[in-house]
Write a protein that binds this ligand. Structure first.
Ligand code: NAP
Length: 280
């Protein structure tokens, strides 16, 4: 396993297991399978409604807590210092732990400055080991960094072969904020698994399209958190360190970029209105 070193010296595995859209009833089984396969980083969120399943699997695994890296995210309905602080305690309770390894602001809506202050307090209190952001753009990251004391330890964004985030990575490199890719398998849409470039590179290495796409992100220095409810796929998505993509492979995949900065309309007023009206 390769690791990223976050602010404060916190070590994070570069391959984790994500549980977005994993049904609450299935989560304990899925996370137990992922831990048995060898994953030691689990990515959940308040908005996934499955933190309890993650906590139950961790508790039953018998794996020492300090060998597992838990990430969760404060949802927009908990924005603001008081609500965010209470939600952090609630996440700790649901996860059955007394600390979260990495806590992120899920999306930049509502009083997310208040949320950040609550996260800074939680960091000082030892309730979290590192704090960071998700779905923020360079302008918002810069503003937040200049207006607060703790630097974000991580940026989690949509990143995959079709949404490469090259501009964002250049910015993040300039301020030394590491990136984690969400939807690293493009949620298996858009002809992802049949893409001829990926298929031919996969065949040349005796690997699968999923492994090539994940390895491509790792070789760019980006952590990955693929989701699958199938144990065989969890195993496949974890076997990423027994091959290396060549420079030509890397360049060929770079040519697949479609929407560099992602497909979610985070700055569209209609999207923002829908999100806030739905979740507040
Ligand atoms: N911060 C954010 O706003 C945000 C947003 C989205 C996601 N995330 C995080 O990122 C994680 C991953 O993203 P994601 O769940 O959106 O999508 P993803 O990991 O890119 O793709 C998951 C899809 O690919 C399928 N799949 C997985 N491995 C496969 C394989 N080896 N072969 C064939 N199909 C495979 C899964 O199906 P099966 O389950 O049926 O195998 C599922 O349909 C999430 O679980 C979550 O933790 C964060």
């Amino acid at each position: 396993m390769d690791y990223l070193t976050l602010e404060g010296g916190v070590k994070m595995p570069m391959v984790g297991y994500g549980v977005f859209q994993v049904d609450a009833k299935e989560t304990e089984r899925c996370v137990s399978d992922a831990l048995a396969v060898g994953y030691r980083a689990i990515d959940t969120a308040q908005a996934y409604y499955n933190e309890e399943g993650v906590g139950a699997a961790v508790a039953k695994s018998g794996i020492p807590r300090d060998e597992i890296f838990l990430t969760t995210k404060v949802w927009i309905s908990n924005a603001g210092d008081k609500k965010a602080a209470a939600s952090i305690d609630e996440s700790l309770r649901k996860l059955g732990t007394d600390y979260i390894d990495l806590l992120l602001i899920h999306q930049h809506y509502g009083d997310y400055y208040g949320t950040w202050r609550a996260m800074e307090d939680a960091l000082k209190a030892g309730k979290v080991r590192a704090i960071g952001l998700s779905n923020f753009d360079p302008a918002r990251i810069t503003d937040l960094m200049l207006s607060n004391t703790v630097k974000p330890a991580m940026l989690q964004v949509q990143a995959n072969v079709f949404t490469q985030q090259n501009a964002l990575q250049t910015f993040c490199d300039s301020v030394s904020i590491p990136i984690t890719a969400w939807s690293p398998l493009a949620q298996s849409v858009d002809g992802f698994f049949t893409n001829p470039t990926l298929v031919s590179i996969a065949e040349a290495h005796g690997k699968t399209v999923a492994q090539v796409a994940l390895r491509w992100l790792l070789q760019r220095g980006i952590a990955v958190i693929p989701k699958s409810t199938h144990r065989a796929r969890m195993e496949e998505n974890f076997q990423l360190f027994d091959f290396t993509l060549s420079e030509d492979d890397m360049k060929a995949i770079a040519g697949l970029n479609r929407t560099d900065a992602g497909t979610v309309p985070f700055d569209d007023p209609k999207f923002i209105k829908w999100l806030i009206e739905t979740y507040s």
